[in-house]
Design a protein around this ligand. Sequence first.
Ligand SMILES: NC(=O)c1ccc[n+]([C@@H]2O[C@H](COP(=O)([O-])OP(=O)(O)OC[C@H]3O[C@@H](n4cnc5c(N)ncnc54)[C@H](OP(=O)(O)O)[C@@H]3O)[C@@H](O)[C@H]2O)c1
Length: 300
Amino acid sequence: MKLMICGANGQVGRHLVEACIQETNINVLALSRNDLNITERNDVFEQTESFRPNIIINAAAYTQVDKAEEEPELAYCINAQAVEYLSEVANAVDAILIHISTDYVFDGKSSQPYQELSQQNPLNIYGTTKWQGEQILLEKARKPILIRTSWVFCESDNNFVATMLRLSKSRKRLSIVDDQMGAPTYAKHLAEAIINIAEVSFLAPKFHFGIYHFCGQPFVSWFEFAKVIFEKSEQLDLIHQLPEVVPIASEDYSSAARRPKNSCLQTSRFFTEKSSLSRDWQAGLDSVLSPKEKISNEGY
Ligand SMILES: NC(=O)c1ccc[n+]([C@@H]2O[C@H](COP(=O)([O-])OP(=O)(O)OC[C@H]3O[C@@H](n4cnc5c(N)ncnc54)[C@H](OP(=O)(O)O)[C@@H]3O)[C@@H](O)[C@H]2O)c1
């Protein structure tokens, strides 16, 4: 199976590459932004037509939720326009196109976890551009797999876990939003799930293309997530002085982009009874806080 990964240097991208290395039957081409800017149509065609993958995984995205409010055009180019190029080239080489999207396509007003076909209504520019990317993928790609996920974290410096640990060094008190619920997702668990669905879709003649949800479990608020991060960090002696963590309402937290209060994704379509995929985010957090084998910092 020939698999091409775009955005190979991101949180999910790096774990995708690691997961592929474990699988002897996968011939992987891992492309960071330096190797392939997905907004350059000609380059997308050139790279893909020369490698001719069976599967393309798009882990590249504009992911800065607040900054996107100031840069809507750039966010659109990366999160939506580029998905059109990838869809066209996937069709040209007859490849499956796996694309990752977000809980932020929903407005969070539902009292239930969101299903794959629930009505989207993004509250911010990032969510809107990701939703536009979803629509393009589902309209244009002949073999699309859309995987929505939420609250991704890993060993890198740019996620909620790293931010909490960084802030705890300089602040005695942290106010964390307690009225937005969702599921933290360890990037390694997501990457393993994506490689699993890639293999199944490649091998199963009657595979159902379309939308799948994958996220960690159980659901928590950001406040509850922060509490667990600090409890575990204290047990591992990673923190000298525990900050006081105070729950606050979204309205009392100032940010450029609005966020949904309910980010919970219903995942039953992804998880069949036979599934042995890991999704326990607390176990993922244990790995991140006390990594046994560090994931490469070199970049791909
Ligand atoms: N992070 C979350 O909490 C979260 C939640 C829900 C869904 N998702 C989705 O999950 C997917 C992966 O997210 P992530 O957390 O791994 O994000 P990430 O760590 O920000 O990685 C995104 C990668 O995309 C690359 N990239 C940006 N623009 C590009 C371009 N024009 N061409 C090629 N590469 C480009 C970035 O390159 P540089 O390293 O050079 O910037 C980065 O390596 C995205 O689709 C995201 O929307 C993420």
